[in-house]
Design a protein around this ligand. Structure first.
Ligand code: AMP
Ligand code: ZN
Ligand code: FE
Ligand code: FE
Length: 310
């Protein structure tokens, strides 16, 4: 059932909190209006201000309701800080799945492991996340120092102010670079300074992909490999993660085309993994991630995933 009227706070005029946030933190960010109904009833991959998303958890929930979504996965990078607020904001029409997106280290770069149905109060999870976030803080400081040496100074205070409560990441540094006039856009800032091999890039402590899978299991959740098409050596990694307890594969992602999704569905079937999906919505106005609900995801994956939790 689709809600007949938008809930309070989800009108096309954003609430004061969001407006203020947009002005101070993401002045050039387009905060999405409610818009037409989403293509999908399920979106299992979305970010909030708890990491590098533009919308607070209640605003993300309000947008999901306004779009007619029935299930929303809240999956911030290396934190569950937005989960309880999102759960609290959701009414009976929308089911919020507590989630997390862990960044893990591989030789060729990075792999992301999503965790669904995790207990947001799990001490083992919170402990590991605190370490990951501390590493993010240290890295931000080093990035600022390297950028100064590269002739693109931004202040640490500015980056902290942009990140706010959020797990600090490269998108926040990118925003600072744009504000300081060193880059024309977020994408430009990444290209020139923040991708691997550029002067502002700094490695940070990350889990191994298998450890990330086990951590999600330890917190009672179902681990899913995110955007698998970006994984450098998927044929080698998949069996290793399956052995570690992987439950699902993100087969429907962003703007993956049909052949890509078909290939991934075949891999999921081969390893008996639940095919999941989502948009990776950030609301940041960057090229990364699609609009909330824009990627069609089959409803049945939610129950299948839930059956594999823990
Ligand atoms: P971090 O976890 O701090 O290393 O930052 C990674 C995040 O930066 C990703 O999840 C994306 O949201 C964003 N990102 C990565 N690459 C780009 C890019 N080329 N342009 C814009 N945003 C990007
Ligand atoms: Zn992100
Ligand atoms: Fe990701
Ligand atoms: Fe993501």
């Amino acid at each position: 059932m689709r809600p007949t009227a938008p809930p309070s706070g989800s009108s096309s005029r954003p609430g004061r909190g969001v407006l203020q946030y947009a002005r101070t933190q993401y002045a050039r960010t387009r905060v999405p209006a409610s818009g037409p109904p989403a293509a999908s009833a399920v979106d299992l991959h979305a970010h909030t201000t708890a990491s590098d998303g533009a919308l607070t958890p209640p605003r993300l929930v309000a947008l999901a309701v306004a779009r007619g979504l029935r299930v929303l996965g809240v999956t911030d990078h290396d934190t569950v800080a937005g989960v309880e607020e999102a759960l609290g904001a959701a009414g009976s029409g929308l089911r919020v799945i507590p989630g997390v997106e862990l960044s893990a280290h591989v030789e060729a770069g990075e792999v992301h492991v999503l965790g669904y149905f995790v207990d947001p109060r799990s001490p083992v999870l919170l402990d590991a996340l605190a370490r990951l976030r501390a590493a993010r803080g240290d890295r931000a400081r080093q990035m600022v120092a390297q950028l100064a040496r590269a002739g693109a100074p931004v202040t640490h205070e500015q980056v902290l102010a942009i990140a706010g409560e959020g797990a600090i990441g490269r998108p926040h540094v990118a925003r600072a670079l744009v504000q300081a006039g060193h880059a024309a856009s977020i994408d430009d800032a990444f290209e020139r300074y923040l991708v691997r091999g550029r002067p502002g890039y700094v490695e940070r402590y990350r889990l191994s992909p298998a450890a990330a899978v086990q951590l999600v299991r330890g917190a009672g959740g179902a681990p899913v490999l995110a955007h698998p098409h970006t994984v450098a050596d998927l044929p080698a990694l998949l069996p290793e993660l399956v052995a570690a307890g992987l439950a699902g594969l993100e087969c429907y992602y962003g703007d993956y085309d049909e052949p890509t999704t078909r290939d991934l569905l075949a891999e999921a079937a081969r390893y008996d993994l639940v095919p999941t999906g989502g948009t990776d919505f950030h609301g940041l106005g960057t090229s990364h991630g699609r609009d909330l609900g824009a990627t069609p995801v089959p409803n049945e994956c939610v129950a299948q995933l839930e059956a594999r939790r823990g």
